[in-house]
Design a protein around this ligand. Structure first.
Ligand code: GLA
Length: 354
């Protein structure tokens, strides 16, 4: 039964380890966080003989949008996400109705916590709940929605991001990280038993937008490396073949290979409750993102330094880099620096019951 009113929540995410691996069919270990995006909606009946329309209100910005549900014209900023989600759901054949939507968020935009995916996923669940009465909430394969949201980001927003953020938001669990294999899209829950340890994020203060950062360039470099190696993804690459690539492609590919390995080392460390080993892996991941992938900035480096100076067992940039937040892991009794935000795993995207 379609609902006339809905409220859907989708979380942001922190990627524990496995950065810039998703679009290389590699491995990652994200978890959904408690903060995210809430979309409240109600059906908007079409006027007699008129087409179904969507009215959207971004509460935090005090801005509105209105467009025809099917085939809306492109737009920029937050409007690109709303129009893109509505259009892609229609194109995929989901029966939607006109809707009035109100968006609010408690995850900061551009801070590397995946506010974009949270917005896409919450919009999807809200529109689907109004249109079909919950087909998306648990029944269908959520991988299909992740791909759809990723198309929105690629084609409507212009960021060629992978599936990491959407899968983390859709599949998150309250007490676990998710080991995702992007070759098979297999997702395994890995219990995140932190004991007295704490994970925090510290904002570098430098906003990033994937559509305009070095993100798309890194992706193109990986594609070029594959072309030269005659393979379809870096997951198939061997270390000796990579060594013969021209720079900077050799460095980019080496990061991806070694980062995949670190993901499984982190899974093993978590399974044996060895959080000190997880800290060392975070540091190794950051060094690789800085030196091989060159996705860090002076602001990010200063933020890593602040965390390490406060006694973090490990610290690394999270998300695409080129700004955003830094993740820090602190042993029991060690205080994170002022301004740090404590993060812990939270449930995946869901429709709220009224
Ligand atoms: C961003 C993208 C993800 C992923 C990370 C880097 O968060 O949205 O798809 O590529 O960067 O790991």
């Amino acid at each position: 039964m379609p609902h006339e009113r809905t409220a859907a929540f989708a979380p942001g995410r922190v990627n524990l380890i496995g950065e810039h691996t998703d679009y290389n069919q590699g491995l990652a270990l994200p978890f959904a966080i408690a903060e995210g995006v809430l979309v409240r909606g109600e059906t908007l009946p079409a006027r007699a003989g008129g087409e179904a329309r969507v009215e959207a209100y971004a509460g935090d910005l005090g801005e509105r949008d209105e467009f025809r549900l099917a085939d809306p014209p492109p737009a920029r900023g937050w409007r690109a996400f709303v129009r893109g989600v509505a259009a892609e759901l229609c194109r995929a054949g989901y029966p939607l109705t006109g809707a009035r939507l109100a968006i609010s968020a408690d995850v900061p935009a551009g801070a590397g916590l995946s506010s974009s995916a949270a917005l896409e996923v919450a919009l999807c669940l809200a529109l689907l709940d109004l249109g079909t009465g919950g087909r998306a909430d648990g029944e269908g394969d959520r991988r299909e929605l992740a791909r759809l949201c990723s198309r929105v980001e690629n084609e409507w927003v212009g960021a060629r991001t992978g599936l990491l953020d959407q899968l983390a938001s859709l599949y998150g669990a309250a007490d676990a990280a998710l080991r995702i294999d992007f070759r098979t899209l297999e997702i395994d829950r890995v219990p995140l038993r932190l004991g007295g340890w704490r994970l925090v994020v510290l904002d570098s203060g430098q906003r990033h937008a994937h559509a305009s950062s070095g993100y798309n360039q890194r992706r193109a470099e990986c594609a070029r490396a594959c072309e030269l190696l005659g393979i379809s993804s870096l997951r198939e690459a061997h270390a000796d073949a990579i060594a013969r690539l021209p720079e900077p492609l050799e460095r980019r590919a080496r990061h991806v290979l070694e980062e995949n390995r670190r993901v499984d080392e982190a899974v093993a460390a978590l399974r044996s409750d060895d959080l000190a080993a997880v800290g060392a892996l975070l540091n190794a991941s950051h060094a690789s993102l800085r030196d091989l992938y060159e996705a860090s900035t002076p602001e990010v480096e200063a933020t890593v330094e602040r965390l390490l100076a406060a006694g973090a067992a490990g610290a690394r940039l999270v998300g695409g880099g080129f700004g955003g937040s830094v993740l820090g892991l602190f042993a029991p009794g060690v205080a994170p620096p002022a301004g740090s935000r404590h993060v812990r795993p939270g449930p995946g995207a869901h429709v709220l019951e009224d």
